[in-house]
Write a protein that binds this ligand. Structure first.
Ligand code: PSU
Ligand code: MN
Length: 316
């Protein structure tokens, strides 16, 4: 398996010196945001992780390798190359075997992070059960990945383009803890709240780290959702987003958008319909998630150092 992994110098150094690391995805860069905001966001997020006591590892597939940590020119490539494929679990072996360039979703980034021994991952929002998913069966592979792969995902909840209620039901069935980080209500990406509550509220990086350690030491495989609401000053009014979302969904339906194109189509539509305001919120919340993820990674690392780790199949 190790033959498939390729580390950047920064991540290699962190591995050798046993430093806390935070994984980052590339789909958000290639398919979630326009250029040049995407690459600017990617660089700033990496720096925020460094400033908060961890080492960033942006993950993508390239030249038949799972790249753990990207150089500046590689980041630029993911941000600009129109041929970058969106890679979830299904697409992973094909893209790797064919040597194509692939941006990893939450699911694929979790797979790669676990292979590399990285336990904490920061992103914007997770995929979920789409609205009318009970008919279309459009359920993101992010959810099945969270059920089986040992990586904590720090996000701003799930977008209201999704059916948040069914997304949470799916996570419950699959034993995925949904932790509210300093919040009780489940955040809906652009907004700090939704009509749903989180399963548990935790207020410090240490308490999240302790939950993760306990889960994995018990052999309770799978990830955890650490839901971190967008900062108040960057929030986008819920009613406005809902109106825009309805419009975007109607257009997707009319155009017959399906499969893996649904999420990027909706994200782009919402951005356009809000005159780019939603993009500002998107960038702000990713940065906030990066800071919290770095603090959690550092606290988790500290716990393992202090007590030693006995989790099964763990590379710590
Ligand atoms: N939600 C966002 N921004 C994103 C995504 C989701 O707010 O960029 C991306 C993530 O990479 C996520 C993927 O893993 O979309 C989910 O796609 P799908 O629904 O096709 O599984
Ligand atoms: Mn889908």
């Amino acid at each position: 398996m190790k033959q498939y992994l390729s580390y950047s110098a920064e991540v290699q150094h962190a591995m050798e010196n046993n430093l806390p690391i935070v994984a980052l995805e590339t789909t958000i860069i290639s398919h979630g945001m326009p250029y040049p905001q995407n690459v600017q966001m990617a660089k700033e997020v990496e720096q925020i992780i460094r400033d908060n006591g961890a080492v960033p590892a942006t993950i993508g597939l390239m030249d038949g390798k799972i790249k753990i940590g990207l150089s500046e020119s590689e980041l630029e490539e993911f941000a600009t190359n129109a041929n970058v494929e969106k890679v979830s679990r299904r697409d992973f072996p094909y893209i790797l075997a064919s040597g194509k360039i692939g941006a990893t979703t939450v699911a694929a980034t979790m797979i790669a992070a676990e292979l590399a021994g990285i336990s904490v991952f920061a992103t914007g929002g997770i995929g979920g059960v789409h609205r009318e998913g009970e008919v279309t069966m459009d359920i993101s592979a992010d959810l099945t990945e969270l059920a089986q792969t040992n990586v904590a995902v720090v996000c701003a909840g799930a977008k209201s383009i999704l059916d948040i209620g069914r997304t949470l039901e799916y996570l419950e069935t699959n034993g995925v803890p949904v932790v509210g980080y300093q919040c009780t209500q489940f955040p809906s990406f652009y907004s700090r709240t939704s009509e749903y509550t989180t399963d548990f509220r935790l207020d410090t990086p240490e308490s999240v780290a302790t939950l993760l350690k306990t889960k994995w030491e018990l052999g309770l495989y799978g990830g955890a959702v650490i839901a971190n609401p967008v900062p108040e000053k960057d929030e986008f009014p819920y009613e406005k987003i809902e109106a825009v979302t309805q419009q975007a969904l109607a257009e997707a339906k009319e155009k017959g958008i399906s499969g893996k194109n649904v999420t990027p189509f909706l994200l782009d539509k919402v951005k356009k319909l809000t005159d780019g305001k939603s993009l500002e919120t998107n960038i702000a919340l990713v940065k906030h998630n990066a800071a919290v993820a770095a603090q959690i990674a550092a606290a988790f690392h500290q716990l393992l150092e202090e007590e030693g780790c006995n989790c099964p199949d763990c590379s710590c």
